[in-house]
Ligand binder design. Structure first.
Ligand SMILES: Nc1ncnc2c1ncn2[C@@H]1O[C@H](COP(=O)(O)OP(=O)(O)O)[C@@H](O)[C@H]1O
Ligand SMILES: [Mg+2]
Length: 205
């Protein structure tokens, strides 16, 4: 279950973090074969760092057909505006269910993760969570079993919680100057935060 969900409000940094991930795929292989990028982007953003051999689509059905027929070439799949492009079409569940058997890994980007199917969310291992609304934070924190994700409602622009199933959650920020994710620290649950600030108050007296 290697896939990623990148979620958060508009203009918070979702597409930017996806663009930072692409150069990492240039160094990776599956069964000795290099990864190519397959992008579904209805906005036709020209700043995606695509190269020869990559493929960009605006039509979700053509995109899905292309990914399904890429049997001998592993794909790093990026779906921008996921709730809009995939809606709740069950066919697109393939991107996070069977696609991995071809060596593909999917990154689903969405400002409304609650509108994606539970199968898409449930088959993502990684969650890049920017500022989001309370409903989405609650749902995702339950689905990833990580109360620390509730704090994502307070993330500043370009700041995110990065959660992995069965692992700790950490905080990062997108840094355009270095084109990296800068580590900000471990993520605390609201309860841990409250008790930390209480003990600080006691110490200061
Ligand atoms: N290369 C860049 N340098 C500086 N700022 C950028 C760059 N690319 C995007 N931004 C800014 O980062 C913010 C997040 O953009 P983006 O990742 O496209 O948001 P989202 O996909 O979440 O809607 C926006 O305010 C955008 O103007
Ligand atoms: Mg975007």
């Amino acid at each position: 279950m290697p896939h990623s969900l990148i979620a958060g409000m508009t203009c918070c940094g979702k597409s930017s973090v996806a663009k930072l991930l692409i150069p990492r795929w240039r160094k990776r292989t599956w069964n000795g074969k290099p990864y190519r990028i397959a992008l579904l982007d209805p906005l036709r953003d020209p700043s995606w760092p695509l190269a020869d051999g990559d493929c960009a689509f605006t039509n979700a059905d053509q995109f899905l057909l292309y990914c399904k027929s890429s049997i001998d070439k592993p794909l790093a799949i990026f779906v921008d505006e996921g709730a809009q492009t995939l809606a709740r079409g069950v066919d697109y569940n393939w991107l996070t269910t069977q696609a991995r058997h071809w060596g593909h890994e999917s990154h689903i980007i969405s400002q409304r993760p609650t509108d994606l199917t539970p199968q898409v969310r449930g088959n993502c291992e990684w969650l890049y969570l920017f500022q989001t609304d309370c409903n989405a934070a609650k749902l995702l924190s339950m689905e990833w079993n990580q109360p620390a994700l509730l704090e994502a409602v307070k993330n500043q622009r370009l700041h995110l919680h990065l959660a992995r199933r069965l692992a700790e959650t950490h905080r990062y920020k997108v840094d355009f100057a270095t084109k990296t994710l800068v580590f900000l620290g471990d993520a605390c649950t609201p309860i841990q935060k409250r008790s930390a600030s209480r003990s600080k108050r006691v110490k200061s007296f």
